[in-house]
Ligand binder design. Structure first.
Ligand code: NAD
Length: 331
């Protein structure tokens, strides 16, 4: 458990209380990172935190602030890289009753380690201008494409989903995106008759996600497209306040809320803990406790739809603790 910075400790405490009330058999090993890591251990990613995740291969993580001058672009991204958490899983489920799309239930699976975010960038000097041009290189590997598309199909099988849509731009980026598409087609053949497969170009997907999002089920795509489309699907169901995310690899899994440390409301007792609670439900499913995850998710949904004891960002006036009490009562 990494409580995190800003509103992190408040929403993780609420989540731990909810999981305890649900009877989940989890022993938490609380560790620091981010600003709290620097304050208590002099390191934004303390060795003890890494050791804990290596041992348990599982973490529930509050949002982290990356200290300036720490040498990291993002502590959260560094944690994903350390454990090679190649699959970023972002479900979008309609919970808010007044939402634009009341019946959405889709999942985006983003490749987390390759593509245009491989970190290979440089300037090109022309004449006396050292920054006359810049190059960013997208690396796509067959192995990386195979493991993420296979992950998407296995996710679909495990969660009883019907279709995987592979999103690409192979019509223009014939080599890198072409390799991703070819590899995805090969993996899809192994699931023929069990999971439907379709391929779509990213720009058309962006439009169709707005026009007819109900036609999507599981989407799998490369790093940059996944980054953009995952925020888009969060927007379809009411924004980042209710968006959980999981980062999963062979050596571990980290579950988190998609939102940040919310410095503007930190310490006020009004942070909405629901996104982290939904991330904890994903953690429970990851360890095979699907029934409990389902019960907790239903309690969260009912409490939000009832609208009586919700936090200010959801239109109510409840505190973090009051909202949590209402969810526990619904449970
Ligand atoms: P943010 O998500 O923290 O806040 C954006 C807005 O949403 C704010 O008005 C905030 O009050 C509100 N908000 C966010 N979560 C909320 C919640 N649970 N309940 C109620 N309101 C909520 O984004 P930001 O302001 O761009 O970033 C703040 C800090 O968080 C930065 O240091 C950033 O680097 C960090 N961050 C961390 C992560 C992570 O650890 N995964 C993700 C994003 C941002």
């Amino acid at each position: 458990m990494i409580p995190g910075d800003g509103i992190g400790p408040a929403i993780t405490a609420a989540t731990v209380r909810l999981l305890a009330a649900s009877g989940a058999n989890i022993e938490w090993d609380s560790r620091d990172a981010g600003l709290a890591g620097v304050a208590r251990c002099g390191d934004p990613i303390p060795e003890a935190t890494l050791d804990s995740i290596k041992r348990t291969r599982l973490a529930l993580k509050g949002p982290l602030e990356t200290p300036l001058g720490s040498g990291y672009r993002s502590v959260t991204v560094a944690l994903r890289q350390t454990f090679d958490l190649f699959a970023n899983v972002r479900p979008a489920l309609s919970i808010l009753p007044q939402g634009r799309y009341p019946h959405l239930d889709l999942v985006l699976i983003r490749e987390n380690t390759e593509g245009l975010y491989s970190g290979i960038e440089h300037y090109v000097r022309v004449g006396d201008d050292p920054h006359a041009a810049a190059e960013s290189i997208a690396i796509i590997t067959r192995a990386g494409s195979e493991r993420i598309t296979r992950f998407a199909f296995e996710y679909a099988v495990k969660h009883g989903r019907a279709k995987v849509t592979l999103v690409h731009k192979a019509n223009i980026l014939k080599y890198s995106q072409g390799l991703f598409l070819d590899t995805g087609r090969m993996v899809a053949r192994e699931y023929a008759g069990r999971i439907e497969f379709e391929e779509r170009i990213v720009d058309a997907t962006a439009m169709n996600l707005v026009l007819r999002p109900e036609r999507f089920d599981v989407i799998v795509t490369t790093n940059l497209f996944g980054d953009i489309l995952s925020d888009q699907i969060s927007g379809l169901v009411g924004g980042l306040g209710l968006a959980p995310g999981a980062n999963i690899g062979e050596r571990g899994a980290i579950f988190e809320a998609v939102h940040g440390t919310a410095p503007d409301i930190a310490g006020k007792g009004t942070a909405n803990p629901a996104a982290l609670m939904l991330a904890a439900c994903m953690l429970l499913e990851h360890i095979g406790d699907d029934a409990r995850a389902g019960r907790i998710r239903t309690a969260i949904e009912r409490t939000i739809r009832a609208g009586l004891s919700v936090t200010p960002d959801l239109g109510g006036s409840a505190t973090t603790d009051g909202f949590t009490d209402a969810i526990i009562a619904a449970l």
